[in-house]
Design a protein. Sequence first.
Length: 437
Amino acid sequence: MIEGIRVEPVGPLSGAINLVGAKNAILVTMAATLLTSGKSVITNVPVSSDVLYMIKLLESLGAQIAFDRELKKLEIDTSAIVGHQVDPEIMRKMRASILVVGPLLARFGCADVVFPGGCTIGARPVDIHLKAFKTMGVDFHSIDEVLQARTPALRAQRIVLEYPSVGATENILMAATLTPGTTTIVHAALEPEVLDVIRVLKKMGAQIDIEPPATIVINGVSVLNPVVHEVIVDRLEAGSLLLATALTGGELVIPNARAFDLDVFLAKLQEMGHTIETGAQGIGIRLIATKRPHAVSFKTGPYPGFPTDLQAPMVVAQCLASGVCDVYETVFENRFLHVRELQKMGAQIKFIFGDKIQVKGVEALYGTHVIASDIRASCALVLAGLVAQGKTVMTGVHHWRRGYDMLDQKLAWLGARIVIGPVEQLSFTSKEREIMI
């Protein structure tokens, strides 16, 4: 059975809603529990497919896990971890699976993995991970599709990243916590999610300092202990909800959003003409949408730049704004796959270079059948459906489920008309197809 999401326009979205834990923070926190022996308790855990895949991955290594979906509470007991062979099928389903390599090397000196899967947004820069681990004394051998990593003992090193990769920073960071001596990561990623896992590791007993410019210093310890931790809220969910409200001309309050994690993004919304108000100490965001948004150019980049994960939904906002703008994607080379789907809906977008598009605002988008190629593209296409004339049906729902916890229900609470179900029950009537043709 092929599932789809049907979206129909209903006017401005409005209301107040709280965010769940960040997907990009919980997955690395789960991987970090492999560094300990005992029961860790994690709260504010999003119920997404990627979280469920990571649960299966940890269980395949010997972890005992209890997940209360209602309370969003995850208990992970790593006392019986003995395995180092990661299930290939699970690794092929999500990019974040590579994050278990560092903890396994630190704890056991070995890990057997395949290259991770997930979204088709670009080449997996796992070579950055591998180069760093080789510097730390790890040998790699490929047998069929399996990459075997082995080391008698990790060595502390000064590691300079050629690019501030979030995954590589997290992987090296976790491995270094149990490596004797001082490991330094220069040109490290310092996204909010990286800072959250640093908080987790320090609670476990790790010795970690952050120094300018973008340098993380880890003094290895002999043992780490289980932890109790609440995951930070999802800034990407916040951005998606704010864009949905901006597109529909509504008003939204997100009481627990961290505005200081979204400075550049919020500045761009204000530049478009939307009113943004933030709460005390930067906690809480209120958006009042303008009726006449202006197009703004933007470029994605590592934090604190414009998040690549909000590029696709932000492009949708430019499709209906007055004027022309340029969008530069500097993080993933294949992150414009949503463009062809938006063009099917009437968007005026043209490619300038492989990493640059130009968007000219139009009066209206039109509902049709579209296909999501990755998590953030799925969000963009649903948001486009909120303002497109007629009915939009999107397939590729597995991407939506991988990245979001009940985002469709949250949009519905704000007033959206959105349904998930079998495509044959959501598809267009013959009369609707004639109109589209």
